[in-house]
Design a protein. Structure first.
Ligand code: LLP
Length: 414
């Protein structure tokens, strides 16, 4: 058990949440190293000896300590910016295991990635193909590319994080893919080495993933008839986790589906999971500043806010919230848990039954993915610290941001 209860008290590995909050202050993100490792290894072990590469989607949690843990386990990385490339390199990730996704790669980002000799660009448009070709030619270097194909399947998830439909901005139309591969094969300094897709995030139904996978395999066969032979198929990420009552898609089930779809083929299998590796590996600890009882609603005002965790405000996402010291016998009241930011949308949870006192510490669960990476400085709030727990050891892996750091780059005009 990595994040668990012992006699009503929350533990992250062998460290009590109360000790962590006391030592490092709140709000703070706390991650379990063994949880991250276990989740990664579930993918890796499920593939066994099959030629495959798990490319962790850095956007989910890009702290260099997290990246380093995964790099040490042999992970590859899915990046979407030059900034993420720098992070992976700083954490000693292997550039030859990096794939670069995203619809808006700049000239500088492409050049940087070519210099570092990444494995492959997941190309999202015809214009991007031309741009990569021009830059690679200038540098006298070959660029490996795969086309991100939009398979037009409905991933049945939140519309903001669904990406595989024709109306989404991502990828190229599956019906136009063959033509584009032919264009790519003719372009100077471009080597088509793969096919790629990613249909959405927080998916809890494997059927659309299987449909997309089958379409990728079908396309691979079609390309062979055009003498375009690719060496890997990247099936993206998107496995949902349990926030509340969802039934997650287990890593093993997903991999089993891919192994079955790919049973007759020898191309390397790539996947790009983010959330399913780190999502349930982290909690956000926050202190109860005030209790506010009204005639219609009761509020718990905490020291974390929408700038620390945007998911509830942005997607109306549910994150389980409880007290780090739980006493089932105490009378619960119904509360909204809100932050100090001047917006009605600044809530972390609604209508939760809790027994709390001012000064108590609450844990917001399942925040390891898209928590810290989506945080901001709104209301001039410094970003929270991040702590990594390894058995009984707590390592500070990101210092709390100071107010000085917030306006360090600002200047008053004369
Ligand atoms: N590959 C690509 C090309 C992606 O766009 C994404 C996520 C992933 C892989 C990783 O997906 P995952 O395994 O983590 O589901 N901020 C939203 C999630 C946005 C996901 C964007 N793309 C949230 O908080 O739910």
């Amino acid at each position: 058990m990595t994040i668990h209860r012992k006699s009503g008290e929350l533990y992250i590995e062998d460290k009590a949440a109360s000790d962590i909050a006391e030592e490092f202050g709140t709000p703070c993100y706390v991650y379990s190293r063994s949880s991250v490792e276990t989740n990664f290894n579930r993918f890796k072990n499920a593939f066994g000896e099959r030629k495959s590469l798990v490319c962790y989607a850095v956007k989910a949690n890009s702290n260099i300590a997290i990246i380093k843990i995964l790099a040490q386990l042999g992970s590859g990385f899915d990046i979407v910016s030059g900034g993420e490339l720098s992070r992976v390199l700083a954490a000693e990730g292997d550039p030859s295991k990096i794939v670069f996704s995203g619809v808006g790669k700049t000239h500088a980002e492409i050049k940087y990635a070519l210099q570092k000799k990444i494995k492959c660009f997941n190309v999202e448009s015809e214009s991007e193909l031309y741009r990569i070709s021009d830059i690679a030619k200038e540098m006298n270097i070959a660029a490996n590319i795969s086309l991100r194909v939009n398979p037009d399947v409905d991933a049945k998830t939140h519309p903001y994080i669904s990406t595989g439909l024709k109306e989404n901005k991502f990828g190229v139309d599956v019906n136009d893919a063959t033509r584009l591969y032919k264009v790519a094969a003719e372009l100077p300094n471009i080597v088509p080495t793969g096919i790629d897709c990613h249909i959405g995030s927080q998916l809890t139904d494997i059927a659309p993933m299987r449909d997309a996978a089958l379409k990728m395999v079908e396309l691979t066969d079609k390309l062979i008839t055009e003498n375009i032979v690719i060496d890997h198929i990247d099936f993206g990420g998107g496995l949902g986790i349990q926030y509340q009552n969802e039934t997650p898609i287990h890593q093993e089930l997903f991999v089993e589906m891919l192994l079955e779809v790919m049973s007759e083929r020898e191309q390397e299998i790539l996947v790009e999971p983010g959330r399913s590796i780190v999502g349930n590996s982290g909690v956000l600890l926050t202190k109860v500043e005030y209790l506010k009882h009204g005639s219609n609603k009761n509020f718990i005002v905490v020291d974390a806010a929408m700038n620390d965790l945007a998911r509830p405000s942005l997607y109306n996402a549910y994150h389980h919230i409880d007290s780090i010291r739980r006493d089932e016998n105490k009378p619960a009241k119904r509360y909204d848990i809100v932050g100090p930011i001047c917006e009605t949308g600044d809530f972390l949870g609604k209508d939760r039954d809790l027994y709390v006192n001012e000064g108590d510490i609450l844990a917001i669960h399942s925040v390891g993915a898209y928590g810290m990476t989506m945080s901001s400085n709104y209301n001039s709030r410094g970003r929270a610290s991040e702590i990594l727990i390894d058995d009984t050891h707590a390592h500070i892996i990101r210092k709390r941001e100071s107010v000085d750091e917030l306006f360090h780059n600002e200047r008053t005009a004369p």
